[in-house]
Design a protein around this ligand. Structure first.
Ligand code: AMP
Length: 222
């Protein structure tokens, strides 16, 4: 299974991608996680990316295409993957199409999660992440605060710098102007399934798997 997952920041892409990775036995590749790891490790890439990420803008295409090429040509991605956070611009989408052609990946499917901008702002301003195991919690659903230890490992919970409201609004603006046209690009090729991301994690996951299965069957029996 080769999947791309799209949706505005905070729609639950990472959560769903992690579940699908386990369910289909494929690696979850998140370009945002790759960048956050580089920032935490203080690498040259991390130093370049930090200020851009904190402002809600996009890291330059050249850097991101290099990262994507590296992860997609790795042996771990040979039998399938779920790619989360890439492509985000038309230039990245075109580069990805080239990589897929080169690698002979023809069965790529695209999951699009939708939810309103107001719901995104409400969700992200209450999203906390564990600095130790990376698990994500919601103050609204999990009843945690910044003073609560991580319910799984006891680590410290923090708010991501780019989850502040002003940054979230900028990330939404960038998403609508730069990333939404890519979804139209995949839509025109009949590769997408669209799911309402405003429901529970379990309901969204169930619908994604159902729609992916329907799509595979439709493909096999046109
Ligand atoms: P995410 O966790 O996917 O929302 O990514 C967090 C931030 O990392 C984004 O707001 C961007 O600044 C940067 N980023 C992640 N993936 C990309 C990408 N494909 N192109 C450009 N910037 C990216």
């Amino acid at each position: 299974m080769r999947l791309l997952i799209f949706g505005p920041p905070g729609v639950g892409k990472g959560t769903q991608a992690k579940l699908l990775a386990v369910e289909y036995g494929i690696p979850h590749i998140s370009t945002g996680d790759t960048l956050r790891k580089a920032v935490a490790e203080g690498t040259e890439l991390g130093k370049q990316a930090k200020a851009i990420m904190d402002s809600g803008r996009l890291v330059p295409d050249g850097i991101m295409i290099g990262i994507a090429r590296e992860v997609l040509t790795a042996p771990t991605a040979a039998r399938g993957f779920i790619l989360d956070g890439f492509p985000r611009t038309i230039a990245q989408a075109e580069a990805l199409t080239g990589m897929f052609q080169q690698l002979g990946f023809t069965d790529v499917r695209v999951v699009v999660l939708e939810v309103s901008d107001d719901e995104i702002v409400r969700r992200l301003s209450s999203r906390y992440v564990c600095t130790n195991d990376g698990k994500i919690y919601s103050a609204l659903i999990d009843k945690v605060t910044l003073a609560t230890p991580c319910p799984q490992c006891g680590g410290k919970l923090i708010q991501r710098d780019d989850d502040r409201e002003s940054t979230v609004r900028e990330r939404l603006r960038v998403y609508h102007s730069q990333t939404a046209p890519i979804i139209r690009f995949y839509n025109e090729r009949g590769a997408t399934i669209t799911v309402d991301g405003g429901r529970s994690v379990e309901d969204v996951n169930r619908e994604i798997r159902q729609k992916l299965q329907d799509k595979v069957q439709a493909h096999q029996h046109p």
